[in-house]
Design a protein around this ligand. Structure first.
Ligand code: TPP
Ligand code: MG
Length: 590
């Protein structure tokens, strides 16, 4: 710990005539913040320096924390958010005031929406001046702006309150349903010096920051009774189930009940996608046909068509399909969000699954054979159809022929992290590339947000130490592409594959007026994205065939060097909005 030794006389500026002056050890705000974070096991900070936190970034590094410095705060924020998901510890993003804070705010809102624990720590300008709107440097009432976008927001004005501020932020981020927390640290806080012993005593080591929440036994019994009565049961695993790190019990629950399951995107790999109970390849059959659906850490939001409508066998778009839902969730407010939930089970996923597993016992009756048989039949038909498509070798490459290579590479490297964003580049990857282990696939999440790519790559490499493979739409990549410099600077084992179809969704649109401006949906044709990586000392590759893609990916993984592979894809191969075309408003037909 850095301490400042002063004499009381120096401090007051009084004449130093008194020979009896006692030296007092002091600690300032900078060091109290650092000590408070360290005391709570925070070892990595994602951020971007500037007034008033430049010295904090330097001092954090000196104190032994890993400080990963980005080129834009939004990417640092996304990195922090996914670090929270992967580690169950709040990911920390550190920014400057007003503009830096705002740049980080999208990621904070994203963390809250996705239930990832994250703390955005921003420096802020002088309160008295900000509140009187007297035009301070980077003047902004950051606390008020952050509040509606996060789970909790706190400001610390006095050095002796830093311990409480950090403790409250940590608890708010990770307890219950995790989310984003804002911590406002005004510039004046950092140089405030207080008695070192008192300062240290004021720090709080948070005990049991995410206490287990045991479900009520009668709620578990109710759920199991509903499940026992099912003729066509289905389990849906959400990213909440992945977050819980209750992998063995979740797998045991699925396998002991014998119930078919669907993994949501970031729950892929909780059980290997090749598992015989996976119903992914028969999704459009099982959703409308199931009579009882157990949601584990999955919400009935748009990603599940709100649990109603035609997807679920309802007659019209808002009609309930008749399923009985069991909802296992940490939030008591989640049930009935869209349709009636017959059996809510409220608690942390690990405790809930354990309690249900106890009820399953050893003589559970497996689902009826006709249900399992009907699913197996659809699955094998769809898998065969897919295999046929994947085996084709068109020129230029299709999404499928390129992703067939990624599929093999991920299979051969099941510990690698897979980052994925784009529209077609996202949807095709999700359905083609099988995952084999939990929490290996990280993607656009609840909002379908573009821009998470390079921040996620950096965080995944830093917190897991594993090889990272990113499958990126060319548009998606553009949102965070400058962080290739960050990837090179920290020499991270990241292999980026850009599915380059020259645009948003497709690259073949034209300006209907015939004017010189291109269509809003297209980019410079045949852009050489790989040169961006080469500019910073990484490896670039430009590939037009599956064989060349395979060679380049294998070399990237062997060398562990930062690599960007520009994979040229048929510019007409995509669909507008990928698989969510139905959400795209179109003008009424005449
Ligand atoms: C922050 C943000 N801005 C805009 C969008 C709208 N959007 C959805 S997908 C997409 C890009 C799709 O193009 P690309 O990444 O190249 O994928 P492709 O379909 O071409 O494979 C955009 C801009 C979004 N989802 N998020
Ligand atoms: Mg594209």
């Amino acid at each position: 710990m850095e301490v400042v030794t002063k004499t009381k006389d120096n401090e007051t500026g009084a004449a130093s005539a008194a020979p009896q002056a006692q030296p007092v050890e002091e600690i300032d705000g900078f060091n109290l913040v650092i000590e408070a974070l360290k005391l709570n096991g925070i070892d990595t900070i994602f951020g971007l320096p500037g007034i008033p936190i430049t010295d904090l970034t330097r001092k954090l590094q000196r104190a032994g924390l890993r400080v990963i410095s980005f080129r834009h705060e939004q990417n640092a924020g996304y990195a922090a958010s996914i670090a929270g998901f992967l580690t169950q510890k709040p990911g920390i993003c550190l920014t400057v005031s007003a503009p830096g804070f705002l740049n980080g705010l999208t990621a904070l809102a994203h963390a809250t929406t996705n239930c990832f624990p994250m703390i955005l720590i921003s420096g802020s300008s002088e309160r008295e001046v900000v509140d009187l709107q007297q035009g301070d440097y980077e003047e902004m009432d950051q606390l008020a702006i952050a509040k509606p976008l996060c789970k909790a927001a706190f400001r610390v004005l006095h050095a002796e309150d830093i311990g409480v501020g950090v403790a409250r932020a940590i608890r708010a981020a990770v307890s219950g349903r995790p989310g984003g927390v804002y911590l406002d640290l005004p510039a004046k806080l950092f140089p405030q010096a207080i008695d070192a012993a008192a300062g240290r005593r004021s720090l709080i080591q948070v005990v049991d920051p995410a206490p287990r929440q045991i479900p009520a036994p009668d709620s578990v019994k109710r759920a199991m009774d509903v499940l026992k009565g099912a003729k066509r049961p289905l389990i849906i695993l959400g990213k909440g189930a992945a977050y819980a790190q209750a992998d063995a019990d979740i797998r045991a629950l699925v396998e002991k009940t014998g119930i078919p399951y669907l993994p949501m995107s970031m729950a892929k790999g909780l059980l290997p996608d090749t598992h015989e109970q996976s119903a992914s390849a028969a999704r459009s059959y099982v959703l409308p046909e199931a009579d009882v659906v157990m949601l584990i850490g999955a919400r009935l939001n748009w990603l599940l068509s709100h649990g109603k409508g035609k997807t679920w066998g309802g007659k019209a778009s808002k009609d309930w399909g008749g399923q009985a839902f069991i909802q296992v969730d940490i939030s008591p407010q989640e049930a009935d969000s869209n349709v009636a939930v017959a059996a809510p089970v409220v608690g942390d996923i690990g405790s809930c699954v354990k309690a249900m597993l106890a009820e399953v016992g050893s003589n559970w009756t497996k689902p009826p054979a006709d249900w399992l048989g009907a699913i197996a039949e659809r699955k094998s038909k769809n898998v065969a159809k897919m295999a046929e498509t994947l085996a084709k070798n068109p020129s230029p490459m299709s999404f499928q022929s390129a992703l067939n290579v990624v599929r093999d590479i991920v299979k051969a490297n099941p510990d690698a992290m897979l980052v994925n964003e784009g529209a077609n580049a996202l949807d095709f990857t999700r359905s083609i590339v099988d995952m084999y282990k939990p929490r290996k696939r990280i993607d656009v999440g609840t909002w379908g947000i573009m821009g998470i790519g390079m921040g996620y790559c950096v965080a995944a490499a830093v917190v897991t130490g594993q090889q990272v493979i990113a499958v990126e739409g060319d548009s998606a990549f553009g949102f965070s592409g400058m962080e290739t410099e960050t990837i090179c600077r920290y020499n991270l084992p990241v292999c980026i594959v850009i599915m380059n179809n020259n645009g948003v969704y497709r690259g073949d649109e034209t300006n209907p007026t015939g004017g010189a401006d291109p269509s809003p949906l297209v980019f410079v044709k045949d852009a050489r994205y790989e040169k961006l990586m080469e500019a910073f000392g990484g490896v670039g590759a430009h590939v037009t065939t599956p064989d060349a893609l395979r060679g380049a990916m294998e070399e990237a993984i062997r060398s562990k060097r930062p690599t960007l592979i520009n994979a040229v894809i048929d510019e007409g191969g995509g669909t507008e909005s990928g698989r969510i075309t139905s959400l795209n408003p179109t003008a009424k037909k005449k």
